[in-house]
Write a protein that binds this ligand. Structure first.
Ligand code: 5AD
Ligand code: SF4
Length: 441
């Protein structure tokens, strides 16, 4: 039995940054001889790559750990690890609360994962929540061979210095750090050589990117986008998540002039009330946000906007909430996420008096009704239009392929397999609840 490769199962919670990190951790362990498995039951190493953003996400980790614990009785060699933002925030407390956990690794220490796994396998304490100076990605192996999908994430910036009063990210991911542009361009070229056609640049504050440029200058996100635009074979560029205060002129302009930059932007505002925005320490008003949106739309009139909203922030009145609804009406979102405020330990807002849960739930439902209406109207407006689709995989019906339009709508069409991994023009024929049907042109 001992010569069988060990199996690794990773479950990912939370944001796209975690998705990216899970892929890097998988690669690091594959380089150690592990193979990936989709099922926890046959794994020798289970990693939960966790999210701390809201209480529900963090608590889910403990209920999942409780469910995984009995697997250790069946396989005494099984090791269970907690990675990600819960690992960073709670550290050794995790092992105290759930003794089945053998290993805890924070998001800035993934390059040390193989060593930690070896320690856990030797029955030693395996905990690392350091935030070392070095770039973990420089120490993680790069994949080779054809890419599994034509779309890929690329982390260009991590961490946050903004300290919104509700948010754990500055504590779990640390201070803002941008990776050098030359390194990112060579990774992007390698992805394209492996068949990737669309790259989504990731960062907790991606538009605050300020990396060392190959020309000795500090590059902003627009500089990086323009350099990526020059890579033959790369067809689409996206980025997420952005802060309104970092939308500079060059980046707004790129939305109108860079044809590879897709007309979709996730630009969270959180609230439409200036009083609440101030209490959230957002450092912008509703009017300033709308001004940025208007400038983006004059650069790129068909830009599809996405956002994040929090309802029930401490002190939010019905009048403040009405301001949020008014802002949503004014902006018109194609897609959005909305959340009930969740008090996070260690954040400034957690100390403040809370809005009752019933009131927050009621506001969430009213906001979501408006956002769904807008989302559906935008989807319906696509019918009859010509869009481009990057086909990613086989659809549910025989002969069908499914992919994303430039506006990030899921689109399915009858198309030959030869179009997998390719961008094709289609005409939208029908808007369904979660996708668009289309015909090849
Ligand atoms: N409570 C509820 N939602 C939150 N978010 C961040 N922190 C909290 C919190 N404490 C939301 C914000 C952010 C998104 C990623 O999660 O809307 O933009
Ligand atoms: Fe969750 Fe934020 Fe960590 Fe992403 S960075 S996993 S959203 S806490």
């Amino acid at each position: 039995m001992t010569d069988l490769p060990k199996k690794l199962h990773i479950k990912t919670y939370g944001c796209q940054m975690n998705v990216y990190d899970s892929e890097r951790m998988t690669e690091a362990m594959v380089a150690q001889g592990y193979v990936a498995t989709d099922t926890p039951e046959d794994a020798d190493l289970i990693l939960l790559n966790t999210c701390h953003i809201r209480e529900k996400a963090a608590e889910k980790v403990y209920s999942d750990l409780g469910r995984l614990k009995p697997l250790k009785a069946a396989n005494p060699d099984l090791r269970i690890g907690v990675a990600g933002c819960v690992a960073q925030a709670e550290g050794a407390e995790i092992m105290a609360r759930q003794p089945a956990v053998d290993l805890v690794v924070g998001p800035q220490a993934y390059h040390r994962l193989p060593g930690l796994v070896a320690r856990a396998n030797a029955g030693e304490q395996a905990l690392d929540t350091d935030m070392p100076e070095e770039d973990k990605f420089e120490h993680l192996p790069q994949s080779r061979g054809p890419a599994p999908r034509p779309t890929a994430f690329l982390t260009v910036q991590e961490g946050c210095d903004k300290f919104c009063a509700f948010c754990v990210v500055p504590y779990t991911r640390g201070a803002e750090v941008s990776r050098p542009a030359a390194r990112l361009l060579s990774e992007a070229r390698a992805l394209v050589a492996r068949g990737v056609r669309e790259i989504t640049l990731l960062g907790q504050n991606v538009n605050a990117y300020h990396g060392d440029g190959p020309d000795g200058r500090t590059w902003g996100l627009a500089d990086l986008i323009w350099a990526l635009d020059g890579i033959d074979g790369l067809e689409r560029i996206r980025f997420t998540t952005s802060h309104p205060n970092d939308m500079d002129d060059a980046l707004i302009d790129a939305h109108g002039t860079c044809s590879k930059l897709m007309p979709y932007l996730h630009l969270p505002v959180q609230s439409g009330s200036d009083r609440i925005l101030k209490a959230m320490n957002r450092k912008h008003t509703a009017a300033q946000y709308i001004e940025v949106i208007d400038r983006l739309r004059s650069a790129r009139p068909d830009l599809l906007l996405s956002g994040d909203f929090i309802v029930g922030f401490p002190g939010e009145t019905e009048e403040d909430f009405q301001d949020t609804l008014r802002l949503v009406e004014r902006v018109g979102y194609g897609q959005a996420y909305s959340f009930k405020y969740s008090a996070r330990p260690g954040t400034p807002a957690a100390e403040k008096a809370h809005v009752s849960s019933e009131v927050a739930t009621d506001r969430l439902h009213r906001l979501q009704a408006l956002l769904s209406e807008q989302q559906y109207a935008v989807q319906a407006s696509m019918v009859g239009r010509e869009v481009s689709v990057l086909f990613e995989k086989a659809g549910r019906q025989p002969g069908q392929l499914i992919g994303k339009s430039e506006y990030l709508h899921a689109v399915h069409a009858v198309a030959p397999d030869s179009l997998l991994g390719q961008v094709a023009r289609v005409r939208v024929t029908e808007a369904k609840t979660n996708s668009l049907a289309a015909d090849l042109i």
